[in-house]
Design a protein around this ligand. Structure first.
Ligand code: NAD
Length: 350
């Protein structure tokens, strides 16, 4: 195991650890961005990154995002993330997850792992056989299962808060919402939207996911995000992968609000400014999608569904504050959210 302290100081991270384990084939990077507000919690992502540099870039960005997300969600945690380099469909073994668990243990609880893209609740159960520094396990193994419904609730509430800010009325009745990605979060989000009286259009690359969404009720499905964006949307909700908001889309999108669950929605940081200049309200992704974090954080303290639900509901209050700050400071909501998060982390560190 190698710890790159000098490098991590340069990038603002507390510690970046490169892990290699020959017997299991584990190649992983754990990035601890900040422990100023508590232990660094963040999921472990498994992807067949083509280079170690690509994996490093991903883990550095994601771990910083987790620090900001935790700071704004007020969960008393810091931010970290891990990536395992490999194909989750073919390269994942219990031995590899156990080796990863041992690396997590070697950090003495400063990093707490959780599921992310390419890892599952079952994988957390396997890691939990060798480490106590893991959340997002199944109820059979002492966890609280899938956080996606809570993530969806937080996003839905942030849509209401965005409508309130922009239109003075926190209602989605007859508003047109386009959802990109009908996976775990997208499914529950569409459920909330239908209940809230919205008109919903959805796209997904997976026909099975679209079929599940259609079973929820009157939902229009379209072939691609580009087609979705030609509809007269009030809200665009990126709930698939990161990078959906490209400079081109930011220049042409007609929706007045962007609010979704995907991490790293902005293909480039400048996109936030482009949206802002066009008067399009962007709910910062790490704030809008913090419901899942609130859910898994509850696992560390003994889960209480009412307390968790109310903490998720209050994410939209923080979003309202961020919109007010952005207006007062003449900056984009993304910049206002970053400033608020950095302030809270600095207070924790002092
Ligand atoms: P998921 O894998 O269950 O769903 C993602 C869906 O997006 C899949 O149905 C997939 O087919 C679809 N998709 C992939 N590429 C697409 C494309 N180009 N166009 C349209 N659809 C496409 O994931 P999820 O758990 O629902 O998470 C969705 C997003 O929210 C991810 O970016 C994730 O990182 C983020 N997020 C999830 C949670 C959570 O609690 N699950 C919490 C915070 C953030």
């Amino acid at each position: 195991m190698t710890s790159y302290g000098v490098f991590s100081r340069a990038s603002g991270h507390e510690e970046v650890i490169f892990c290699h384990d020959d017997p299991s084939g584990l190649r992983a990077i754990i990035a601890i961005h900040s422990t100023a507000l508590g232990p660094a919690l963040g999921g472990v992502r498994m992807r067949p990154y083509t280079t170690e540099a690509e994996a490093l870039n991903d883990v550095l960005l994601l771990s910083q995002g987790m620090s900001y997300k935790s700071a704004l969600a007020g969960v008393g945690l810091g931010g970290g993330k891990a990536v395992i380099i490999g194909d989750p469909a073919t390269g994942k073994t219990d031995g590899l997850l156990h080796a990863f668990a041992r690396r997590v243990n070697s950090l003495g609880g400063t990093y707490i792992t959780a599921p992310d893209a390419g890892t599952t609740v079952r994988d957390m159960d396997v890691i939990g056989e060798h480490s106590k520094h893991v959340v997002g396990r199944s109820p059979e193994c002492g966890g609280f299962g899938d956080p996606s419904p809570y993530t969806a609730l937080g996003v839905f509430r942030c849509m209401l808060a965005s409508m309130e800010f922009l239109r003075g009325s926190g209602s989605l009745r007859d508003r047109v919402v386009g959802v990109e990605g009908a996976g775990k979060v997208g499914y529950h989000l569409v459920r909330y939207l239908i209940d809230g009286g919205a008109r919903v259009a959805v796209t997904d690359v997976d026909e099975g996911a679209l079929a599940r969404i259609r079973s929820l009720g009157d939902v229009r499905t379209v072939a691609s995000a580009d087609e979705l964006l030609t509809l007269p949307l009030d809200i665009f909700a990126p709930c698939a992968l990161g990078g959906s908001l490209t400079a081109e889309r930011a220049a042409s999108i007609q929706a007045r609000i962007v609010c979704g669950a995907a991490n790293n929605q902005l293909a480039e940081p400048d996109v936030a400014t482009s949206l802002h200049r066009r008067g399009i309200l962007y709910a910062p992704d790490y704030l809008a999608n913090a419901g899942g974090l609130v859910h898994v954080a509850g696992e560390l303290r003994g889960f209480d569904s009412e307390r968790t639900r109310s903490a998720v509901m209050s994410i939209s209050d923080t979003l309202g504050e961020v919109y007010q700050m952005a207006t007062a400071d003449h900056v984009s909501p993304a910049e206002a959210a970053d400033r608020l998060a950095r302030r809270r982390i600095a207070v924790g560190a002092s």
